[in-house]
Structure formats: C-alpha cells, structure tokens
Design a protein around this ligand. Structure first.
Ligand code: ADP
Length: 438
C-alpha cells in the first residue's frame, strides 16, 4: 500500500514536471512554472480536504459515513472501508454469540446470577430472578444481599466465593427449598447458581419415612413372634396352649406376609413397564369380587352388584382386579355388621366410565381424605390392624388406577359411609366382546 502511494506520487510529480517542461518550452517558462505550481497546490489542497474529511469521520466513526477518497487517498480510504466492514462484521458476530449464550443460559432450568466484586448483580436469568424474588432488569447493579434478606443466604454470599464454599440449602420462600452455590470467576466476579430442590427433598423425606414405616410395620409382628417363640421354648405348656400360641404366631406371620406382598405389588406398579393393554371383561371380574366380598363378610352385610354388562375396559386385568378388589375389601372391613355395600359399574353421561363402591360404614372425616392414599396412612390404626389391613391398599389402588389414566374420587362422612369411585376416560372403555368380534 505504502509503495503504491509512493509510486502514484512519483508518477504524479513526473507527469506534472513533464507537462510543465513541455508547456515552458512552447509557451515560455512562466507558463511552465505556473502549471507546475498550480498542480502541486491542487494536489496539496485535495490532501487537506481529504484529511479534514477523515478527521471529521475519526471524531464520529459511523461506518456508513466513511468518506470516499480520490487519487492517493482512494487506497487508504478503501483499506479503512474494508477494515470498518470487517470490524462491524466481527462486532455483529460477537453480539450474536452473546445473545445466543444469554438465550442458552435463560433456557437453563437452574438459576444463574453474575455478581461483581462487590456483590452487585451484573446479570441474572429469569429462573434465578423467580427463585430469589429479584427483578431481572430493575435490580441490576443492586447488592444481592440487600434484595434477598435471608440471613443464611447473606452469610453464604458474604463468606466469599473465593473460598469455594460448598452449596447451601436455603428456604427463601416458604415451602420452596433452594440449593445455592457460589463460584469465583474472572476478575473478582462470582457466579451464583441456584436450583429448586423442593421436589427432590420431598422425595428423599418420603423415602426416609417409607423405610422407617416399613421397619416399624415389620418390627411389631416380629417382636410378638419372638416373644411367643421364647415362651413356647422356655415354658412347659399343655398341648392346647401350645396350639393357641402357634395360631397367634401364624397370625403375625400372615400379617408380615401381607405387608411384603403389598409392598411387592406397589413396587411392581411403580417400576414395571405398563402391561400390553387388553380388553378386560369388567362384569365377570366384578362378579368374582362380589363372591370374594361375600366370603369375607361371612353374611354380615348385604352386598349388591349393578354392572353394565356391555361396558369393558382396556388395560391390565390383574392391576384392575387389585384396585377394585382393594376398594371392595375395604368397604367390607370398614362397615359394621348389618351394613350395606353396593358395587356399581356404569357409563356416565360424559362418556367416562365409573366404578364405585358405596358403603354404609364408619366413614372418614374430611381432614383425612387428602392423605388416604399415602403409604401406611390409616385413620384408625387398630381397626385397620384388627381387620388385617396393611395400610397400603389405597396406595396400590391409586397407582393401579393412574396406570389406566383413571382418577380416584372419595366422598365420605363419618358415621354415614363412603363412596370410592374410579373414573376412566372414554378412550379406556370398549364395548363388551368387541375384541372377540373384531
Ligand atoms: P388399610 O390396610 O389400613 O385398610 P388402606 O390404604 O386400604 O389401608 O386404607 C387407608 C385407610 O383409609 C384405612 O386405614 C381406613 O382408615 C380408611 N378407609 C379405607 N377405606 C375405607 C372405607 N371404605 N370406609 C372407611 N374408612 C376407609
């Protein structure tokens, strides 16, 4: 470029000198000098004007206002134009990359806050703003400890990310548990990551409670069993007493067996893939359940069945039998002698199918209803135990029904009886015999 400019200048000078010499020879030296000085002055003036335009642009360098050049200035300004174009392309690419990066961080399920060296918010994604109760725009530049007024959080942020403190668990809002971690980066900046761990913590508590409950449920019959065994071994008992003790030991063993069977059923419902859907003839299934209920009741209750014979379900027969069976058995167990139990199966006006068990039993107070399907939740512990309950029946019902897209509805009033209903969407129903015909 410099060489080209020097060459252009040399050619210009040479051309002007030759032209001036020629003119001086023909028209006289004053004309020659006149031409030479005029040309040099014009070139100088052009340089000054171009330089002034460039100086103006440099003071306010807008790419679209870069002046066009002439002569030797053409190359310089063209190079500037090219540089300017590249710079704005690079700037656009960087802006685009930053926008994409921010969009990616926005899309993260975790909260991200960038703090400067004095703990002021430089940027935060929407998740962090929602979790920490910040305003992602108007809180920029504010010290985060002024906005999140939770002592543990303030202490954590102040402890300094440079010390790489382990993540903390904080309850910023009631009922929401956050895990927060500060990571030092850049020049004294801090990356604050937050994650909602409420659900995980709830599951962990449920798991702990479940293990404690199972241990407790099995320990009671085991303790009784161990006591009986010791008595039978240590004492000289007459044959009748021994038989009585053995019968009681068998009761405890059966109880443990029922608990283990129900636990296995639950675990199967939770972990096994859904069984291939088949048409399940519901009316014959309910007929069998009624016969079982009669046997369990031993004639102490009136048991009526009203089932639409042409309405079948699509699903897994074993799971449906287990869900319906548990509801029918419960009705017998929680209805005093002389009571009435109705088993109903029909199509509703909206196309849904409804299985109901209605009893005139002890009923349930409203405050227990939301918790009935929790594992081992019982309203009356001793009644449940006396009637051979494991506390897992309704948990099994809930799982089996949800695998059939059905929901459980419970209506009950203490002393007046209960209605447990399973509602199946229309797409789960099929006309009886449809598959055989098809
Ligand atoms: P359990 O083995 O104790 O019956 P379930 O999970 O089947 O366990 O039921 C949970 C609790 O719900 C029972 O302990 C009982 O208090 C209450 N319950 C269930 N069905 C009925 C019903 N038909 N009438 C009154 N209470 C019921």
């Amino acid at each position: 470029m410099t060489r080209r400019i020097a060459l252009r200048a040399a050619i210009f000078l040479l051309a002007v000198s030759v032209a001036s010499l020629a003119l001086g020879r023909f028209a006289g030296p004053p004309w020659g000098w006149g031409l030479f000085i005029g040309c040099v002055l014009a070139a100088w003036l052009h340089g000054v004007v171009s330089l002034a335009a460039l100086a103006r642009w440099v003071a306010r360098p807008l790419p679209e206002e870069l002046p066009e050049g002439r002569g030797a200035w053409t190359g310089v300004l063209r190079a500037l134009h090219r540089h300017e174009r590249d710079a704005s392309r690079r700037h656009a690419a960087a802006t685009e990359a930053l926008v994409r990066f921010r969009r990616a961080v926005q899309a993260l399920p975790d909260g991200v806050v960038i703090l400067d060296g004095r703990g002021r918010i430089e940027w935060s994604n929407d998740t962090a703003a929602a979790q920490l109760g910040l305003d992602a725009e108007s809180d920029l530049g504010q010290p985060i400890v002024n906005l999140v007024r939770v002592p543990e959080f303030i202490a954590y942020v102040r402890s300094g990310a440079a010390e790489a403190p382990p993540p903390v668990r904080l309850e910023i809002r009631e009922g929401t548990l956050l895990a927060a971690q500060a990571i030092a980066f850049g020049e004294e900046q801090t990356l604050l990551l937050t994650r909602d761990v409420t659900q995980g913590e709830r599951l962990e508590t449920m798991r702990r409670d479940f293990v404690a409950n199972v241990s407790h449920e099995l320990r009671t019959p085991l303790t009784v069993l161990a006591g009986f065994l010791e008595t039978v071994r240590e004492l000289k008992l007459d044959p009748q007493r021994t038989r009585d003790y053995l019968a009681m030991m068998q009761d405890q063993t059966s109880r443990m067996q029922r608990i283990i069977e129900d636990l296995l059923t639950l675990s199967n419902l939770e972990s096994s893939p859904p069984s291939p859907p088949r048409a399940v003839p519901v009316a014959p299934l309910l007929e069998r359940l009624r016969a079982d209920a009669e046997a369990l009741s031993g004639g102490r209750h009136r048991i009526a069945l009203s089932a639409e014979p042409t309405l079948d379900l699509v699903g897994a027969e074993g799971e449906l039998a287990s869900a319906f069976g548990n509801l029918v058995t419960n009705a017998v167990r929680y209805t005093p002698a002389g009571g009435e139990i109705r088993i109903e199966w029909r199509e509703e006006a909206d196309g849904e199918a409804r299985f109901s068990v209605v009893d005139t039993g002890v009923g349930i107070a409203a405050e227990h209803l939301p918790r009935l399907t929790e594992r081992f939740y019982r309203v009356d512990r001793s009644r449940s135990r006396e009637t051979g309950g494991t506390g897992l029946g309704l948990a099994i019902v809930k799982h089996a029904l949800s695998r059939h897209e059905a929901r459980l509805e419970i209506e009950s009033a203490p002393g007046r009886g209960s209605r447990f209903s399973a509602r199946f969407p229309a797409r789960r129903t099929v006309a009886a015999g449809a598959t055989e015909r098809g």
